[in-house]
Design a protein around this ligand. Structure first.
Ligand code: IPM
Ligand code: MG
Length: 355
């Protein structure tokens, strides 16, 4: 199995280095046979190669079984045209790998329930899984751009667009995952004002009726979903939504769990195709290079890669259990109110991995 590491920018290289150590440990001690390679990505690639994602790196990603990304972006690349920004590399990678379904778990670790901005009684045991559409919608829709209308007036345009196929294939992922959970899926859109939202709702319902009669499907307007997430977050199991609403709502839910630094994500496409794995947190330029970032989200993203792309669900369980055991044992980086460095947190997790 081939795993490509794309450490990227900011704290990306620091946290990805800890995931690399976990893979190396599993290779040496747990019978895993994952071959690691690494490439430049994001701002680091802009500086060295002139573009955030070179054709070679994309080809390398497509030829891997899984890609583990760190983070992209930083103030030094802001203000550039969109196609010259690190984020454009991420969108091109998602599109180029055709990873249309983004799985974002928002799970509240028992040891950290008090780190949430909501009271413990609302978040303890929280376990939401977002299934966010990732390669369509307003992020990719045409036309887009800023045009000069003259007389100091300009117009900015983006297009929210979805086809039946795009909606159905991501809904299928949500329904399939729901079978192993509570069987409940809540689909969020704005069908009250957007045609694309109405199509979303109709297609999701039609697929449920035709092929997934045992799934309990509900529909919720996205603004209400945002409100319900802080009012009573534990009502949700799987939330299925589009690219933009999924971007926003998954950040909101992530914060409920106490730390963005803990949450992984997986982006998957058609069965058998490589998946893209990344921590939910960003590049955190304010603490980059200090060795204090929390590597848990990267390591948990690695666990998702082991489960969904590298054929090692057993190793995935083991890595997740080790992270949880390290947290239960009191291991804390600064974002969680502790004092451990990135490396020390990695050490604590490795120590829990060892039998
Ligand atoms: C995310 C990020 C990205 C997105 C950015 C960095 C392009 O916010 O993965 O949630 O908007 O999808
Ligand atoms: Mg986001």
């Amino acid at each position: 199995m081939k795993l490509l590491l794309l450490p990227g920018d900011g704290i990306g290289p620091e946290v990805t280095a800890e995931s690399r150590r976990v893979v190396e440990w599993l290779n040496a001690h747990a019978g895993l046979t994952v071959t690691l390679s690494e490439a430049r990505f994001g701002g680091a690639a802009i500086d060295a190669d002139g573009v955030p994602l070179t054709a070679e790196t994309l080809a390398q990603a497509q030829a891997s079984d899984a890609v583990l990304m760190g983070a992209v972006g930083g103030p030094q690349w802001a203000g550039q045209p969109y196609d010259k920004r690190p984020e454009a590399g991420l969108l091109a990678l998602r599109a180029g790998m055709a990873v249309f379904a983004n799985l974002r778990p928002a799970r509240c670790f028992a040891a950290l329930a008090d780190a949430s901005t909501l009271k413990r009684e609302y978040v303890e045991g929280l376990d939401i899984l977002f299934v966010r559409e990732l390669t369509g919608g307003v992020y990719f829709g045409e036309p887009r751009g800023i045009t000069d209308l003259g007389h100091g007036e300009r117009r900015g345009v983006n297009t929210q667009v979805y086809t039946s196929t795009e909606i159905r294939r991501v809904a299928r992922v949500a329904f399939d995952l729901a079978k192993d959970r509570s069987g409940r899926v809540c689909s969020a859109e704005k069908s009250n004002v957007m045609e694309s939202g109405l199509l979303w709702r109709e297609e999701v319902q039609a697929l449920r009726d035709a092929e997934y009669p045992h799934i309990t499907l509900s529909h919720m307007l996205a603004d209400n979903t945002a409100m319900q997430l802080v009012k009573n977050p534990r009502q949700f199991d799987i939330i299925l939504t589009d690219n933009l609403f999924g971007d926003i709502l998954s950040d909101e839910a992530a914060m409920l769990t106490g730390s963005l630094g803990l949450l992984p994500s997986a982006a998957i496409g058609a069965p058998g195709m490589p998946g893209l794995y990344e921590p939910i947190h960003g590049s955190a330029p304010d603490i980059a290079g200090q060795g204090i970032a929390n590597p848990c989200a990267s390591i948990l993203s690695l666990a998702m890669a082991l489960r969904y792309s590298l054929g090692s669900p057993h190793a995935a369980n083991r890595v997740e259990a080790a992270v949880e055991a390290a947290l239960d044992g009191g291991a804390r980086t600064r974002d969680l109110g502790g004092t451990l460095s990135t490396r020390q947190m990695g050490d604590a997790i490795l120590a829990c991995l060892a039998p």
